[in-house]
Each structure stands twice: as C-alpha cells, then as structure tokens.
Design a protein around this ligand. Structure first.
Ligand SMILES: C[S@@+](CC[C@H](N)C(=O)[O-])C[C@H]1O[C@@H](n2cnc3c(N)ncnc32)[C@H](O)[C@@H]1O
Length: 202
C-alpha cells in the first residue's frame, strides 16, 4: 500500500528556475555592458525585479499544501454533483481530476495531457500513481491528448476544468477554448486557474 507521502503533484521548479535565470542573465549583461560599453546598458536592470518577483510568486504557490488548498477552493466553487463527468485538461499529475473524483464518490473524472517533457514534474505514470494513492483509480482515467484537439464528442462533460495550463498553450490558444466549450454539456460548468498575468503570455 502506497502512503500519502508518495503523492506527487509536481512542482514549479522549472518556472522558478527560468525566471531566476532570466533575472541573473539580465543583471550580468547589465553590469558587464554598463562597465564595458555604455552606462545606458544599466537600464537592463529595470526588468530584473519583475523576473525575481515572478520566481518568488511561483515558488510560494508551488508547494503541495498550497496546491491542495487551491484544489479544495476550486472544488468548493464548482460543487460537483452526483454522477457528474469531469474533464481536467492538462491534468499533469492528475491534481484536479483526482480531487473531483475524491469530492464525490459518484463522480467520474478524465484527465488529458500531452505530458510535455520539461513542463513540470508530470507524467502519466505519476498521475496513475497519485490516483491509486488517493483511492480513486477506479473512477479516474487518463489519456494522452492535446487540449486543442480533445478526443471526446460534443456535450459530454458536466464540468471542464484546467489549472495552470492555458498560459503554456502558446500556439492556437483559441482552439483550446473552443474545444473545452465543445465537449462541455449545455449548462455545464467551466473553471480555469491561471497564474496572474500569465494567460497573455506575460
Ligand atoms: C504547469 S502543468 C499543470 C498541471 C496540473 N493541471 C496542475 O495544476 O498540477 C501544465 C500541464 O499542461 C500540459 N500541457 C501543456 N500544453 C498542453 C496541450 N496543448 N494539451 C494538453 N496538455 C498540455 C503540460 O504537459 C503540463 O502537464
């Protein structure tokens, strides 16, 4: 029997790393360029606080407790009912799909993802493992699929959710929204969580 301590809902190491790296590179270029070429190059320091703050924001929101708290908040808002079918797009390690299945024992959840390498510590294996640890493996299925081409018929889910995914869909994001709405039943519930400012690619 696998214990809760083996639960792995990924992390945000990648985002923290990239933002810090950008901050460091800009600072280094600003110092070198400012000293060697022209003081105007010191202006490159200006965006540095933005990247550092972004790294801190990702870091603070990235621990397991915080992710579970955000999941609970979302489930409270969406209120899944008996028999609902839930689609979690870009499910990663299954955070929302598993959460919704746990929230109501008659809910069936599906998680789709491309499990893109380098986009957080996510894999199909981790998602299945988490579903088993959380005791909902019989009511959660995972499938490799692109949010811009969802392999399910129209109007088939009562709830469609996505967390921290859409800012990563750089190309043809509109198709992702169209697909999520297409598979959602009329009168169904649609909820997304994104880091502030990131949905516009900022
Ligand atoms: C930051 S992770 C978030 C995972 C999960 N929703 C969570 O909150 O823990 C973003 C996920 O989106 C997935 N993703 C990115 N673009 C995608 C696409 N076009 N279709 C499906 N999944 C995608 C990545 O593989 C990754 O697992």
């Amino acid at each position: 029997m696998k214990g809760k301590k083996n639960l792995n809902y990924g992390g945000v190491t990648w985002h923290v790393f990239v933002n810090l790296l950008l901050g460091i590179i800009l600072s280094a270029v600003a110092i070198y360029g400012g000293l060697t070429f022209h003081p105007i190059i010191y202006l490159l320091f200006l965006p540095v606080p933005y990247f550092v703050l972004k790294a801190v924001k990702w870091g603070l929101g990235g621990n397991l407790e915080e992710r579970l708290r955000i999941r609970e908040e979302l489930i409270k808002l969406v209120q899944p009912k008996e028999g609902d079918r839930v689609l979690d797009v870009g499910t990663g390690s299954g955070l929302l799909a598993i959460g919704f299945a746990k929230a109501n024992k008659n809910v069936k959840a599906t998680g789709i993802d491309l499990w893109i390498p380098g986009s957080g510590v996510t894999s199909l294996k981790t998602a299945k493992n988490n579903a088993e640890i959380e005791g909902v493996a019989d009511r959660v299925e995972f499938k490799k699929a692109d949010v811009r081409d969802i392999p399910y018929p129209d109007n088939c889910f009562d709830i469609v959710v996505a967390s921290f995914v859409l800012h990563m869909v750089y190309k043809n994001r509109e198709a992702a929204f169209k697909e999520m709405i297409r598979v959602l039943k009329h009168g169904g519930k649609f909820a997304i969580i994104e880091p502030p400012g990131d949905i516009d690619g900022g």
